[in-house]
Write a protein that binds this ligand. Structure first.
Ligand code: HEC
Length: 76
């Protein structure tokens, strides 16, 4: 697991896989979208500063997320 994925699982997933934020895996967003939203925040989502996640890690995170597939829907 790379540093970006690790950051996602530790931080972004707390909201984005818990129903607080929308699912952001498998959405087909380009890496720049993830980077801009993470740096600027979006309404209830906090902004992540360079002291929270450095540029290299954010780049890695954005590239990782842009390539992910949507999670499997929960089976009933
Ligand atoms: C504290 C909870 C929280 C954390 C942590 C968080 N987010 Fe979010 N995020 C949100 C919420 C809530 C929204 C929806 C904002 C809105 O549409 O009003 C959002 C929206 C987004 C969107 C836009 C999705 C869309 O469908 O428009 C992206 C992309 C995103 N977040 C990426 C990230 C990334 C990358 C991280 C980790 C670096 C992260 N978020 C961490 C709460 C969070």
């Amino acid at each position: 697991m790379g540093p970006g994925q690790r950051f996602y699982e530790k931080t972004c997933a707390k909201c984005h896989e818990a129903g607080i934020g929308p699912v952001i895996k498998g959405r087909g967003f380009p890496p720049a979208t993830y980077m801009i939203i993470a740096r600027n925040g979006m309404n209830a989502m906090p902004a992540f500063r360079v002291t929270d996640i450095d540029d290299a890690t954010l780049q890695d995170l954005a590239e990782y997320l842009s390539k992910t597939k949507a999670p499997e829907p929960a089976k009933k």
